[in-house]
Design a protein around this ligand. Structure first.
Ligand code: 5MM
Length: 332
């Protein structure tokens, strides 16, 4: 248990965030195809190698989340990804859920699956070098969803996953994501996010999950992507922190997902969040907001690798600068 606390503290270390490079095979293949890259296992491997070998990545990244496929792959120099990431000064992690599947009894809603056989998979991932894991539950906002049933099922699964991780000595990233899909207001996102977090907290408590040994990966509280008027960064930050305040002070840290925000907006919102005094660090665990510009720069062309590194570095520096701001605004 102590080990989990130390790893979680390292994952949320001052001035650093977590890189989410854990797209499933299907999602990654679709994104590669869109960028003009043939979506083979080696194409996905090459793309992840480009991300991992970005110069000075560890200056702003504490850990990298991979999917199971990448964890089992090697860099061109033959080193397994987990080993290379550790040697570069970061922690490797792995997404262990198998995705959001239709939830029986709740038409149109999903429950994230992957609990079957999880303890033995976790033992294998630890052997492969993983220091942390990730599980993502997703909630769609409509007039009638998420239902209490979907909230309860997903909260229970997140807690069972988190408890299994801590028993295996691996830190769980707990990711309840209220999606930006739809035209809902920021206030409605706040209400749903608060309900989801309350259920997750309750289930984590029932399964004796040590909050000092988890990293919470929530959405920012923000209006739906089809809402007519975007909230300001200050409005997003204020609403987000007011929902998060229900979490106890011993939570190791909060690392936000970007959720489909543009890279610039995600960074601006992350910056605004740092002005709020909180008992836990507020950092990033962005996927698309960090890696999309790198993929767009690379497009499968070896001569563009430098440009891809440049794209990731510049977005990473902006987000790392945002989280470093916390220490200037709130000296210890
Ligand atoms: C990188 O994307 C992850 C999931 O991919 P799949 O849907 O293919 O499984 C995702 O969990 C990601 O880690 C988070 O949603 C954060 O990514 P964004 O892009 O929202 O910051």
């Amino acid at each position: 248990m102590h080990a989990c606390r130390e790893i979680a503290a390292a994952m949320t270390a001052p001035g650093k965030g977590i890189l989410a490079a854990d797209e499933s095979v299907a999602t990654m293949s679709a994104r590669l195809k869109k960028a003009g890259v043939t979506p083979t296992a080696d194409g996905r491997r090459t793309y992840r190698e480009i991300l991992v070998t970005t110069p000075k990545l560890a200056d702003g990244v504490s850990g990298i989340i991979f999917c199971e496929e990448t964890l089992g792959q090697v860099l061109s120099d033959g080193r397994p990804f987990a080993q290379a990431v550790r040697e570069l000064g970061m922690l490797p992690g792995v997404k262990v859920d198998i995705g959001a599947k239709p939830c029986p009894g709740l038409p149109g809603e999903t429950v994230t699956e992957g609990l079957d056989g999880l303890p033995s998979r976790l033992a294998r991932y630890v052997e492969m070098g993983a220091a942390f894991a990730k599980w993502r539950a997703v909630f769609t906002v409509t007039g009638s969803t998420p239902s209490w049933g979907a909230i309860a099922c997903n909260a229970n699964s997140l807690a069972r996953y988190a408890a299994a991780c801590q028993e295996a000595g691996i830190v769980p990233i707990v990711e309840p994501e209220v999606l930006m899909t739809g035209d809902h207001s920021l206030a409605r996102c706040a209400e749903v996010t608060a309900d989801v977090h309350a259920a997750v907290r309750q289930q984590l408590g029932l399964l004796h999950v040590d909050l000092a040994g988890i990293v919470l990966k929530p959405n920012m509280v923000i209006e739906g992507e089809d809402h007519p008027s975007p909230a300001t960064a200050e409005e997003v930050a204020k609403a987000t922190v007011s929902v998060l305040r229900a979490w106890p002070a011993n939570l190791a840290g909060v690392a936000f997902l970007s959720g489909g925000q543009s890279p610039a907006r995600a960074t601006t919102n992350l910056t605004a969040l740092q002005a709020h005094r909180t008992p836990w660090p507020l950092t990033f665990s962005f996927g698309r907001a960090l890696v999309s510009p790198a993929l767009a720069a690379w497009r499968g062309d070896e001569t563009n690798i430098g440009a891809a590194h440049e794209a990731l570095s510049s977005h990473l520096s902006a987000n790392a600068a945002a989280v470093r701001l916390r220490h200037q605004l709130q000296p210890a």
